[in-house]
Design a protein around this ligand. Structure first.
Ligand code: ATP
Ligand code: MG
Length: 267
């Protein structure tokens, strides 16, 4: 078993309700994300919100990012637990957007421009070259988004958010539309990003149970409850406690697939 400790509270969603007109989409959503420490390694957090299509994941995503206000309830972030403001959380939306008339380099520069402190052109070049090298994008920096594959564009979009310096990055369906090889690449990228900083926290919203759980230390299941309108967190899965977290070969583990099967039945 890998040794770990849960420490400070990093994000807390309290009693979130979301209604559109009279239709309840989210009901009493509560969860907490803690800073995970492991001796001797920089260990960020990867948390997932799993639920079937149409259940309200993207709406919850927008609430967590401060992009829309819930009908009631709060989201607080950081060790100080302040209410979340739009812009404090990096966002990689379901249909990620890059500026199509700008090169990949310029798109990444925008991430740095939004990091809250001035970065000189020379510093920017060094940082961007470094990330491009790490994530196989060196040959693409002068291209435009339309000249990249979907997977490459997605990596740019994720790195752009990393460059803003936000510790929290929300990703909506990061695996959709990717082939299995590319999913593995995104896996690797997300693990590297999560572990850039002790407080880095990725929140992945997805219906792709296998790929999402394989990366996560904790998963929250968003599902309907019998007789009640709206989705809520029906289960918290602690993959650390189960011994499934931080294992690069977890997708080959039978017990892990049993868990995936079990979750499928509950969505
Ligand atoms: N602006 C809106 N006004 C009214 N209803 C909305 C609005 N936006 C979303 N909804 C409804 O909220 C519900 C949840 O939508 P949401 O996009 O969060 O689903 P999802 O879980 O992300 O689905 P998917 O996995 O397909 O992306 C849907 O029934 C949708 O029709
Ligand atoms: Mg969605």
């Amino acid at each position: 078993m890998i040794e770990y400790k849960k420490e400070g509270l990093l994000l807390k969603a309290t009693d979130i309700n979301l209604k559109y007109d009279t239709r309840q989409i989210l009901r009493d959503v509560n969860f907490e994300i803690f800073d995970i420490h492991r001796p001797g390694v920089i260990q960020g957090q990867v948390v997932s919100l799993i639920g079937r299509s149409g259940i309200g994941k993207t709406q919850l995503f927008r609430i967590l990012a401060g992009l829309i206000k819930p009908t009631s309830g709060t989201v607080t972030i950081g060790l100080e637990q302040k209410p979340v403001q739009a812009g404090e959380v990096g966002v990689v939306p379901q249909n990620y957007i890059l500026f199509n008339h700008r090169t990949i380099y310029s798109n990444l520069r925008i991430g740095l421009n939004n990091c809250g402190k001035p970065v000189s052109d020379k510093q920017a070049k060094d940082i961007i070259d470094d990330y491009a090298k790490k994530f196989d994008l060196t040959d693409h920096l002068k291209k435009f988004p339309a000249q990249l594959s979907g997977g490459q564009r997605q990596r740019v979009s994720i790195i752009q958010q990393v460059l803003t310096g936000n510790k929290f990055i929300l990703l909506d369906e990061p695996f959709s539309g990717l082939d299995p090889l590319m999913k593995d690449k995104v896996d690797e990228l997300l693990i590297q990003i999560a572990n850039l900083d002790e407080q880095s926290t990725l929140i992945i919203v997805s219906h792709d149970i296998i790929n999402t759980l394989a990366l996560s230390d904790t998963a929250f299941i968003l599902a309907p409850q019998r007789g009640k309108e709206g989705a809520t967190i029906t289960e918290v899965i602690d993959l650390m406690e189960l011994g499934f977290a931080w294992n690069p070969n977890i997708k080959a583990d039978h017990a892990f697939h049993d868990l995936v099967h079990d979750i499928k039945g509950k969505l």
